[in-house]
Design a protein around this ligand. Structure first.
Ligand code: CU
Length: 166
């Protein structure tokens, strides 16, 4: 299996089992790679209700509220986004003081792009059900950032506090 971001999930009575949480990230590393949790962030988008109609019906890593993430200026962080909601598209973006912060779009559905196809994006392409995408975040200045993931009306706001390493 090639290295990358994949997903496992049930395919029996799909909507009930998916909204019951029967899914998870499947991260495949290259032979020489080591998983470094301090520089990784996995964001799995799902539903907790078969008739999702409000923000509370969407789960982000299994819940709505997310703990603040801490990061360091100049370090790189790989953000792996997985959409396993039973329907709907999501987009991903990073902002700081309401202004877009570019993320480097590096992989799609478990396939790393060649270097010349890795591009900075302000808003990711829309991701449908079962899709994954990887982004690299390299903060250049300290401050409070927000990672926004979700469909149009409902957005997961993941706060990233970035500081200079002392
Ligand atoms: Cu499937």
């Amino acid at each position: 299996m090639r290295p990358g971001t994949f997903i496992y999930h049930s395919h029996l009575d799909d909507v009930h089992q998916l909204t019951g949480g029967l899914y998870g990230a499947l991260i495949v590393l290259g032979e020489d790679e080591t998983y470094k949790p301090e520089s990784e962030y996995i964001a799995i988008v799902g539903w907790n209700d078969p008739d999702a109609s409000s923000q509370e019906d969407w789960d982000y890593n299994g819940q709505m509220d997310q703990p603040t993430r801490y990061a360091v200026v100049g370090q790189t962080y790989r953000i792996r986004v997985i959409n396993i909601a039973p329907a709907g598209n999501v987009t991903t973006r990073m902002i700081k003081s309401d202004l877009p912060v570019p993320l480097l779009y590096v992989a799609k559905d478990g396939a790393e792009f060649p270097d010349h196809q890795k591009v900075d994006i302000e808003v990711s392409p829309r991701m449908g059900v079962g899709e994954t995408a990887d982004f690299v975040f390299t903060p250049t200045e300290s401050g409070t950032y927000e990672l926004l993931i979700g469909p149009g009306r409902f957005k997961w706001k993941q706060v990233w506090e970035v500081a200079v390493r002392d």
